[in-house]
Design a protein around this ligand. Structure first.
Ligand SMILES: [Zn+2]
Length: 77
């Protein structure tokens, strides 16, 4: 009986330790997923000649995006 209690106590401590590791790592994993998504979206928009900020097609625009009214330099977008 005492051995079973020790085993259950050890399993409970292991479960709590795993939960703490997941709780500490989840913000880092979440932020890295968001950062990865934003980088991929910017790269895709750059390849398709779209404005990085809003995704609008800038081929007919000169200095301001007609969608979000943000000024841009032709070489940077
Ligand atoms: Zn825009």
């Amino acid at each position: 009986m005492n051995m079973l209690e020790d085993l259950l106590s050890t399993l409970l401590m292991l479960l709590v330790a795993c939960a703490m590791v997941i709780a500490y790592l989840s913000p880092i994993i979440g932020l890295s997923l968001v950062w990865s998504f934003l980088r991929k979206r910017a790269a895709r928009r750059r390849m398709q000649n779209l404005f990085i900020k809003c995704g609008y097609d800038l081929r007919g625009s000169n200095e301001r995006c007609p969608e979000c009214n943000t000024s841009f330099e032709r070489s940077r977008c």
